[in-house]
Design a protein around this ligand. Structure first.
Ligand code: ATP
Length: 437
């Protein structure tokens, strides 16, 4: 045990020591459980602690956070609390509990229980181990260590997938993440649950969460392939099927995400799961995608990004593929779109000119700004108003097209426009300094 803990970061070890001291002082049986224990044995980095208390987990969490600088969120209804420490660590606390599923695919009825009850309600043996904080020993009622050694995903009882069908997606996720295999009886039961269309009976937001987690994994396409083999995609939409062309698009998305991450690490991070979801639902019509968004309760912004590539017009693609298009037009086409949509377009169209224009947009145009400011316009005798923005856009377009390069040239352009009474400037009121130049 000590040897295992010696591999984790010092701060985490000292956190576990504090938890242990408190458990001993309060004479409570407290355990580290779940994914943290699994990853500790596997030697995989995991900074999220999961604590189970045989007793009042919330009270234990509140006592723990009191002397420290941390934030606590209590979920009274679930008997759990989450403590956030030093921005890095998240510790989930819960009271050991027993679960009974009154109806397949519905949420369980929960009551206080022992550690063994609490471990038995879990998804797979590899996630059902604990470490006793007082004794520093591994508690392994269901041979999770053997399964870790033999690289097996195994459920704890025959009704596991019927009780909670989201475990089908979880099983695939762990299989893909660790390169394990689903043990044969577990696989048989998984297939039976799929045949009974259990996943379609779960509250959609729960399947959504597990689907998103699958798409956030390091190997989302591996997850998608396995979901196709074992489950199909009816739980997402009755008409959704994936063929070779869809997988080619997913591979292309993967390539473009890597390209973006490598070239623009300083930009807003992409919502990678959303890009893979764009690829996943690409064969569906916009209305069907909207239905998925509604059923899954996706946010408006997510829906907009998911539908982004479907909403560009043929004209948009023709323009963006035109080698003679001006930079200002490229900017006007791409700037209103999210990065997720832009990446999806780059992946979808195998046209080198379009791809180059998207790369130019991200590389050059997206960051371009002008030197003139509102103060400069004021000094030129223009009163503040909505036309300022129009003038800035005009100057930016000129700059994108290489027609002006520095502040002097920007100002001359504005003066020239003023002299010629450009339509944008018509009606601009002279300011207090006098008349228009
Ligand atoms: P990850 O490394 O992806 O965070 P994790 O194992 O920590 O995986 P969580 O989703 O954080 O998974 O859940 C924590 C623990 O809760 C799991 O290890 C498992 O023991 C248990 N658990 C989570 N979801 C379920 C479920 N649907 N059914 C049974 N047990 C579950």
């Amino acid at each position: 045990m000590e040897k295992l803990l010696s591999k984790i970061p010092e701060e985490l070890r000292s956190l576990i020591s504090k938890l242990r001291e408190q458990a001993l002082a309060q004479d409570l049986k407290v355990y580290l459980v779940g994914g943290f224990v699994r990853d500790l044995i596997l030697g995989v980095k995991n900074l999220d602690l999961d604590i189970v208390v045989e007793g009042d987990g919330i009270k234990f969490a509140e006592d723990f956070v009191k002397p420290q600088e941390g934030k606590i969120i209590v979920h009274k209804h679930f008997g759990t609390a989450t403590v956030f420490l030093e921005k890095i660590f998240k510790v989930d606390f819960s009271s050991a509990r027993k679960e009974i599923y009154p109806k397949p695919a519905h949420l369980p009825i929960v009551s206080p229980g022992s550690l063994k009850d609490d471990l038995f309600r879990r998804d797979f043996t590899i996630n059902a181990m604990a470490i006793s904080l007082a004794e520093g020993t591994i508690v392994d009622y269901f041979d999770g260590q053997d399964d870790l050694r033999n690289k097996k995903i195994r459920i704890l009882h025959d009704l596991s997938f019927i009780d909670d069908p989201t475990r089908v997606l979880r099983g695939i996720r762990f299989e893909q993440r660790f390169n394990f295999s689903i043990e044969s009886k577990t696989l048989k039961l998984l297939k039976e649950a799929v045949k009974l269309r259990m996943l379609e009976k779960v509250q959609p937001h729960r399947t959504r969460d597990d689907l998103i987690l699958a798409l956030k994994e390091n190997n989302p396409i591996g997850n998608i392939i396995r979901i196709k083999q074992l489950v199909g995609f009816k739980f997402i939409h009755p008409k959704l099927r994936l063929f070779a062309n869809n997988f080619a698009y997913l591979r292309s998305l993967e390539k473009e995400i890597k390209w973006f991450d490598k070239n623009y690490p300083q930009r807003r991070g992409l919502d990678v799961w959303l890009i893979y979801l764009i690829g996943l639902v690409d064969s569906l019509k916009p209305l069907a995608i909207r239905n998925i968004c509604d059923r899954f309760g996706l946010r408006k912004g997510e829906e907009k990004r998911l539908l982004g590539p479907k909403q560009v017009t043929r004209r948009f693609i023709v323009d963006l593929s035109n080698p003679k298009i001006k930079p200002a037009r490229i900017f006007a086409l791409l700037n209103p779109l999210s990065y997720e949509t832009v990446i999806a377009l780059k992946a979808k169209y195998n046209n080198p000119v379009l791809k180059r224009h998207i790369a130019d947009f991200l590389e050059i145009y997206n960051d371009m700004c002008i030197f003139v400011s509102g103060d400069d316009l004021h000094c030129l005798g223009l009163s503040p108003g909505p036309r300022y923005q129009e003038i800035f856009t005009l100057v930016l377009n000129a700059k994108l097209n290489g027609e002006v390069k520095n502040k002097e040239e920007e100002l001359s352009l504005i003066k020239e426009l003023l002299n010629k009474r450009h339509p944008i400037l018509r009606g601009v009121a002279p300011n207090s300094k006098g008349t228009l130049p």
